[in-house]
Design a protein around this ligand. Structure first.
Ligand code: PAF
Length: 257
């Protein structure tokens, strides 16, 4: 497994591959868990080469404290990438490596990105779309893999790929859950033991209590601070989205009803 830390070196590596080889991209911010493992495994199965990117992208954090507290588990991440089939890790050492323009150029979306997470995290999706476009351009991947846990992100990335005629296929991958039902997330590492006990109830409540008001009341009773709990009709299906805080950890989840 090769570790690359500059944009130029990644482009060189990509150019060195023969034309018929396929490349899968798994963008991450590190603190890898079994959800990422399933993205890596899928990419490794479907492509000749898999690139995992590890970069805690500053432009998608709207609170400096959240950015600073983002878990960093470099050694374990390397072991996970190796185990689940990554051939290359792209891990820029500085933000300047990906933002030589100091974020003067940005990708924005003017509808769905202002709803749900976007309403509470202004600018978040601008940071996500911009960094993913940069990664897709550097990797020239055939496919890029994203988890359905971040369903809004996945929808916006698919929309961007379509709007800009990108040649990379955005591949949705099912949410991986702990046996308790809790969606795997890097932020789970920050839950204390008591919060870890309560956290799985989030998925249980949103998938079993149909009425939105009752579901919200139950979450509050359990100790969550609910940011939003919303049902949306998408392609003739009803999807329920939630973001809720346990202590200072923000959890998100969604389920097709
Ligand atoms: O889902 C994430 O971890 C991030 O939003 C992503 C897609 C790696 C962009 O920084």
């Amino acid at each position: 497994m090769k570790i690359i830390d500059t944009a130029g070196a990644l482009q060189e590596w990509r150019k060195s591959l023969s034309k018929e080889k396929t490349v899968g991209l798994v963008p991450t911010m590190g603190a890898l868990h079994l959800g990422h493992a399933s993205l890596l495994e899928t990419s490794a199965r479907e492509n000749d080469f898999t690139i995992a990117t590890i970069f805690v992208n500053p432009t998608q954090f709207n609170q400096t404290s959240d950015f600073e507290k983002y878990p960093k588990t470099w050694e374990a991440d390397l072991a996970m990438c190796e185990k689940y089939g990554a051939d290359v890790i792209f891990a820029p050492k500085t933000a300047e490596e990906l933002y030589p323009d100091h974020f003067h150029y940005r990708v924005s979306e003017h509808q769905f990105s202002n709803e749900l997470c976007g309403e509470f995290r202004p600018g978040h999706f601008e940071g996500v779309l911009t960094v993913v476009l940069k990664l897709l351009n550097l990797a020239k991947a055939d496919c890029a893999y994203f988890g359905e846990k971040d369903h809004q992100q996945l929808t916006l990335l698919s929309g961007m790929a379509k709007a800009f005629f990108l040649e990379t296929k955005i591949v949705p991958c099912p949410t991986v859950r702990e046996s308790s039902g809790l969606a795997m997330s890097s932020r789970n590492l920050r839950l204390n033991p008591a919060e870890k006990e309560i956290a799985p109830r989030l998925f249980h409540v949103i998938s079993t209590i149909q009425d939105l008001i009752q579901a919200k009341e139950e979450l509050v009773r359990l100790g969550f601070r609910v940011e939003y709990l919303v049902d949306r009709i998408e392609n003739n299906h009803r999807r329920r989205y939630v973001a809720a805080w346990l202590g200072d950890v923000r959890l998100i989840d969604n389920v097709e009803l």
